[in-house]
Write a protein that binds this ligand. Structure first.
Ligand code: A2P
Length: 339
């Protein structure tokens, strides 16, 4: 009989945590038990899903003694404390924070792109940044075909990336404005409704934000291509849960739009939506709760010689976070079954 896992979700009350619960069950991950963990604020809280009632527990180091796999989506500070505790106790930690992504001893995995990296894990596996994971659903097949050299990107990032409080704030601001009231601004430095903020994550000394540098560093690590150059501008937009990215990429080899469409169509993580005559292109509204990321507007770049310009959109809470993490758990189960 195949192994069943004792699974924990750390950050189970959060935006990604709720999707993890749903996806672990809807994708029939082989579970012996499912433990929901959050902060002390949520201890004892009841969560109903698919007719089952779960009681949330406070995250403590001992929790990991009885777990085989724990998926973390509680932010960097809890991850820095509890991920090493889990690993030490023999529990494999799949971490959605940025805390361990660039650690050379920690594989950073997108299962469609670098499943082979799982072999070297030491009980900690990092889940990539949402924008990077979604962009890779177009960049990876194109890289394999044409050899990616460098790319520029501009992102259009949904509020779900900031968590439940930000999703609620966008909804509340829209309602307040519709009612002629002053919108409350708490999560972001400025109003997000009817606005865009060229500011995602913390500013660094070089003027980029941390989020913008994740695109460069994580793409290099996942594609095992440290020579790739990238410059990204990350922008928060008043969209609920799917990110979009505009990319201009230069390749080693000559490119063709037809071949680009073919390799994207054949890639398991992507769906080609590219029919401008019929006004068909990817849009975040229609990527919500979709497993595949949509790729379209593919055209020869007017600046780069072997260049392509294209547009990718994907569900931030799914491929950008919870789905990729569950796919990593599935990869662990598959790898252990094959061993
Ligand atoms: P809680 O609801 O108890 O605060 P989001 O990203 O949507 O804001 O969700 C963050 C998640 O991380 C929530 O489930 C939150 O739990 C959880 N969390 C925050 N701080 C901690 C902590 N110190 N230990 C465990 N979970 C935490």
């Amino acid at each position: 009989m195949s192994k069943k896992y004792r699974v924990g979700i750390v950050g189970a009350t959060g935006a990604v945590g709720q999707e993890l619960l749903e996806l672990l069950i809807s994708r029939n991950f082989p579970m012996q038990s499912l433990t929901l963990l959050a902060s002390s604020r949520s201890a004892g809280k009841k969560i109903q899903h698919a007719g089952v009632e779960y009681i949330v527990e406070e995250t403590k180091p001992e929790c990991f003694d009885n777990l085989d796999i724990a998926i973390f989506s509680a932010g960097g500070t809890p991850s820095k404390i509890f991920v090493p505790e889990a690993a030490k106790r023999g529990c494999i930690a799949i971490d959605n924070s940025s805390a361990f992504r660039m650690d050379p001893n920690v594989p950073l995995i997108v299962p469609e792109v670098n499943p082979q990296a799982i072999k070297n894990h030491k009980n900690i596996i990092a889940n990539p940044n949402c924008t990077t994971a979604i962009s890779l659903m177009a960049l990876c097949p194109l890289h394999k075909e044409f050899g990616l050299k460098r790319f520029f990107a501009a992102t259009y990032q949904a509020v779900s990336g900031t968590g439940v409080a930000a999703m609620q704030e966008l909804e509340d601001q829209m309602k307040a404005i519709a009612n002629g009231e002053e919108p409350k601004v708490e999560v972001y430095p400025y109003q997000i409704a009817y606005n865009v903020l060229p500011h995602v994550d913390v500013f660094q000394d070089n003027g980029y934000t941390k989020e913008e540098l994740k695109m460069l560093n994580e793409t290099r690590k996942i594609l095992e291509a440290p020579y790739i150059m990238n410059s990204t501008t990350c922008v928060r937009v008043p969209v609920m849960r799917a990110h979009s990215v505009a990319i201009n990429a230069e390749f080693e080899k000559p490119v063709s739009v037809e071949r680009a469409r073919e390799v994207i169509s054949a890639f398991s993580g992507a769906e080609l939506i590219d029919d401008i005559e019929n006004k068909k292109y990817p849009m975040p509204l229609f990527c919500q709760r979709k497993e595949k990321c949509a790729v379209g507007r593919i055209r020869k770049d007017l600046v780069f010689e072997n260049g392509l310009s294209f547009w990718v959109a994907g569900d931030q809470l799914w491929k950008g976070a919870a789905l990729n993490a569950v796919q990593i758990a599935e990869l662990i189960a598959q790898t252990e079954a094959d061993a």
